[in-house]
Design a protein around this ligand. Structure first.
Ligand SMILES: [Zn+2]
Length: 417
């Protein structure tokens, strides 16, 4: 198998950069990358010195996209969580396949918010070290939930502050770069998504342990009481918030908490295609209010980072663009939607001790980039198939990615039983 990458020094010529926190348009003669970091964006044309070069001929360059909520060892099957009971070989190939799907979609970093064991943590070690082609992954390990709580079948059950503390320490010891705590019920598992689950003392113990290690905490929380509990406990992001109310948004803003909506996840849910009946019923009941509440969160000015819950039923890795389009349909400008998947998301995928910013096109930032044929602010659809992807200063060979995706798909079509 050939490598999809070239050397980590690179010069991009004759493009238009979407720079800084505001994605400001800046035509450039050269964008210089040394050792994976952007060192210059200028009108000048440095002489060729043997560094690999790409002439963009007027194409746009923006920060690599970030999906803040995925499940890389799920395969978007209708009964998605059965995947967690399949052979380790199938699950690890699924991670590899999903990583390539992400790169193909211009996604250069993800947060993996929960698996049933250390599969995605192990995968993250391989891709983050550069040994395996795939986006940078910040993984949660096992999600932490109460007895009978959301994902209790596959998560790390913990009851009481001491046990939550222990459960968080276990994930951190396994290499988790983010911690996932369940603050309410869910839509894709038995139970009422409107009810609170882990309480404030439990959530606070988990947050204290994670923050001691410099690790951020994501709380799965759909409804007001659970959202309030999670914010009071000091979590960093609220996932979903399908049934949030106006007070929820005020609390998020006051606490500086980021919302990760994942509103695209319910789009493909329908009867008769193999999705468990209880999930279909709850999803269809929730869908309109979830969409309306996402619009309210946008209007209220909540800080939003893009996430998709990809891997869940019929919601494949790479659907991030559709999530962004849903934000635009609900009140964001295209620039704000792109910011949700880049500059706003960047701090959420930064690991403790990593002082190189990501999710932003700026001198000193990691050279994770997407090359688009035209200005994506004028038409997000141009990101459906990016012209190029740069990962840590390496130009990804998208032809290799396409061929390998086909090969891995053939393997996954006839897996061992
Ligand atoms: Zn999820």
């Amino acid at each position: 198998m050939s490598s999809p990458t070239t050397a980590p020094d690179l010069i991009l010529r004759n493009g238009v950069a979407l720079m800084g926190g505001e994605l400001q348009e800046e035509p450039f003669g050269s964008l210089v990358v040394r050792a994976g970091v952007i060192t210059a964006v200028t009108r000048q044309q440095p002489k060729a010195d043997g560094t690999p070069e790409l002439d963009l001929r007027g194409a746009f360059v923006l920060p690599g996209l970030i999906d803040c909520h995925v499940h890389f060892d799920l395969a978007a099957h209708p009964a998605a969580f059965l995947q967690w009971e399949r052979a380790p070989f199938v699950r690890s190939m699924t991670c590899f396949h999903n990583g390539l799907l992400a790169l193909r979609a211009g996604i250069t970093s993800v947060r993996d918010l929960g698996s049933t064991d250390r599969m995605t943590l192990d995968y993250s070690l391989q891709v983050n070290s550069g040994r395996l082609p795939g986006p940078r992954v910040v993984a949660a390990g096992r999600p932490i939930t109460m007895t009978g709580g959301h994902c209790a079948d596959h998560g790390r059950i913990a009851d009481g502050p001491d046990e939550v503390r222990l459960a968080v320490r276990e994930q951190l010891a396994d290499g988790a770069g983010v911690v996932k705590l369940m603050a309410t019920g869910g839509i894709s598992s038995p139970g009422n998504p409107g009810l609170p689950q882990l309480g404030v003392p439990e959530l606070a113990a988990g947050v204290e342990e994670a923050h001691k290690a410099g690790v951020l905490v994501a709380a799965h929380a759909h409804a007001p009481q659970g959202i309030r509990n999670a914010i009071e406990a000091g979590v960093d992001t609220i996932e979903h918030a399908a049934f949030a109310d106006d007070d929820s948004y005020k609390q998020m803003i006051a606490a500086g908490v980021t919302l990760v909506p994942t509103v695209v996840a319910l789009n493909p849910i329908a009867d008769g295609i193999g999705i468990p009946a209880a999930t279909v019923e709850k999803s269809l009941k929730a869908r309109e209010i979830y969409r309306a509440n996402t619009a309210k969160a946008i209007a209220a000015g909540v800080r939003i980072a893009a996430g998709t819950d990809a891997g869940t039923a019929l919601n494949p890795i790479g659907c991030l663009l559709d999530e962004l389009i849903m934000y635009v349909e609900r009140g964001m400008s295209t620039t704000e939607a792109l910011r949700a998947a880049t500059v706003t998301a960047g701090p959420l995928v930064r690991r403790a001790g990593d002082d190189v910013p990501t999710g932003i096109l700026a001198v000193g930032a990691r050279a994770d980039l997407v090359i688009a044929e035209r200005d994506p602010r004028a038409d997000l659809e141009v990101l459906r198939r990016p012209r190029g992807v740069v990962l840590g200063g390496r130009a990804v060979d998208l032809g290799w990615v396409d061929r390998t995706l086909a090969e891995v798909a053939a393997v996954l079509a006839e897996p061992p039983t």
